[in-house]
Design a protein around this ligand. Structure first.
Ligand code: AHR
Length: 485
């Protein structure tokens, strides 16, 4: 029998809402044709797609990263501010396409305000310099009577944007990056960029580009950054994407073990360096770009069509982030619209992809404290991993301590029964089971059949220390349980 043991007192850490962040890049139809599309019948007066805004509001992303991604390593922020008709179109070498610059910093900040997200900007540490970076901070956040602040005001923004989150560079560890850097080159650049950006605005939070390739030098990169720049680092940013290249469901579902291994290794690395170098401040991890990505390349604008098994992979990520809430304090789903995204648009409408639903469900139901949960039972073998538990589990507790939310991904193609047992206290009333599922693991949502995969809900009463629940085959379930302690 599968068994899930929860102790409501064993709090791992507070859950940072920024675990539910997003990422928007000037790439394909993410910005132009996704977020911003003045020619769409759904465009508002500012050119933003009102249907996209409404869908994004359902995801309640607290933070959105912009403008790249690889794009940012050749970006000049000045090209994207001021009167639209005077903005220069530029060739973006990262993705090989022209960019009109009709959408830039101010449009992005306004877009964020409309979806309730904090804007998070990445500065160009590819072919850009620290002067540009510091000027961007001043343009956005400055209040003194300077040329850059006057410029922002002349562009119609009297009040500072107060952009809190700033990253120095994107995926600098990758040879594909414009301005790819060795560990030493990046650490040196990071210190200098960070110093002047913080001198402009001491309140900003800074993210260091730590690893995206997970090449063996990720250890050295972390070591140099933490030894030489820790006082300037608020987050260590890591990226990854997962895939089912082999069309092997068991192997794909076992990717949870890789996610665990990476998070455990990276948090161990930071802990070890903090101990060795007597770094007092905790330095959290930002999983700054993550998602499923393997089918769609640049020829199709990275427009992945997601199926149900991809939604399970997304839920396993969210479970891992909750379990690692002590160290993972930000995670940004890459990306938000059209490009490897939960939302796909056409001029006249949109479809909510399968991966939209677990994200929406977790964001809506997640408590503010991560609980240490122990579970055991049936296992499977997949890829490099043997004895992987069929259920993937995480748990959170609500602010008043009276609500437990249990997240369970059932990676079996059969119904899976489990006992959920509280160490103390009892279930106290109507439990809501919200289930993301569809007919088959390969099912996608399309414009012709947009509701193949979605969330359905049922309630049942529970009053004892234990309850039994049968998880649907290939499903993601959130059990929201009132509890008495
Ligand atoms: O999200 C797509 C791309 O993936 C980003 O531009 C880059 O940072 C990553 O390699």
């Amino acid at each position: 029998m599968n068994r899930i043991d929860v102790n409501l007192e064993r709090v791992l850490a507070p859950i940072d809402p920024n675990l539910f962040g997003g990422f928007a890049e000037h790439l394909g139809r993410c910005i132009y044709g996704g977020v911003y599309d003045p020619d769409s019948p759904h465009a508002g007066p500012d050119g933003l797609r009102t249907d996209v805004l409404a869908a994004l509001r359902r995801l309640q992303m607290p933070v959105i990263r912009y403008p790249g991604g690889n794009f940012v390593s050749g970006y000049r922020w000045r090209d994207g501010v001021g009167p639209r008709d005077a903005r220069p179109a530029r060739l973006d070498l990262a993705w090989g396409a022209p960019d009109s610059n009709h959408f830039g910093t101010n449009e992005f900040v306004q877009f964020c305000r409309q979806v309730g997200a904090e804007p998070y900007l990445v500065v160009n540490c590819g072919d850009g310099d620290m002067r540009e970076a510091r000027d961007w901070v001043e343009y956005c956040n400055g209040t003194a009577d300077t040329a850059l602040v006057r410029l922002r005001r002349a562009h119609g923004f009297d009040a500072p944007h107060n952009v809190q989150y700033w990253a120095v560079g994107n995926e600098v560890d990758g040879a594909w990056q414009i301005g790819h850097k060795t560990p030493e080159e990046y650490t040196r650049a990071y210190v200098e960029f960070a110093k002047v950006m913080r001198w402009v605005d001491p309140k900003i939070k800074l993210l260091a580009s730590a690893t995206s390739s997970w090449a063996p030098d990720f250890v050295e990169r972390a070591q140099l950054l933490l030894e030489q720049a820790s006082e300037h680092i608020d987050y260590m940013s890591v990226h990854w994407y997962v895939a089912n290249h082999e069309d092997d469901f068991a192997r794909y579902m076992a990717v949870s073990e890789l996610i665990e291994a990476r998070l455990r290794a990276y948090e161990g690395l930071i802990d070890a360096l903090r101990l060795a170098r007597r770094i007092k401040r905790p330095i959290p991890i930002a999983v700054d770009e993550w998602n499923v990505w393997y089918r769609a390349g640049i020829d199709t604008g990275l427009e992945e069509v997601y199926n149900l098994e991809d939604a399970l992979a997304v839920a396993m990520h969210l479970n891992a982030f909750i379990r690692h809430a002590r160290t993972v304090r930000m995670a940004n789903l890459a990306q938000i619209v059209n490009v490897i995204a939960p939302i796909l648009t056409r001029k006249d409408g949109l479809v909510l992809q399968t991966i939209f639903y677990p994200f929406e469900l977790y964001r809506r139901t997640c408590g503010d404290a991560a609980l240490d949960v122990f579970w055991s039972g049936e296992t499977f073998d997949g890829g490099d991993y043997a004895g992987v538990r069929v259920l993937d589990v995480a748990a959170s507790r609500g602010a008043d301590g009276k609500r437990l939310t249990l997240y369970v991904v059932n990676r079996s193609l059969r119904p899976t029964e489990a006992v959920v047992a509280l160490a103390e206290g009892r279930f106290a009333g109507s439990v809501t089971a919200s289930v993301v599922n569809g007919p088959d693991i390969k099912t996608a949502n399309t414009f012709d059949a947009p509701d193949n995969v979605g969330t359905h809900e049922a309630t049942f009463d529970a009053a004892d220390r234990e309850l039994r629940y049968t998880f649907e085959p290939h499903s993601v379930t959130a059990l929201v349980c009132p509890v008495a302690r």
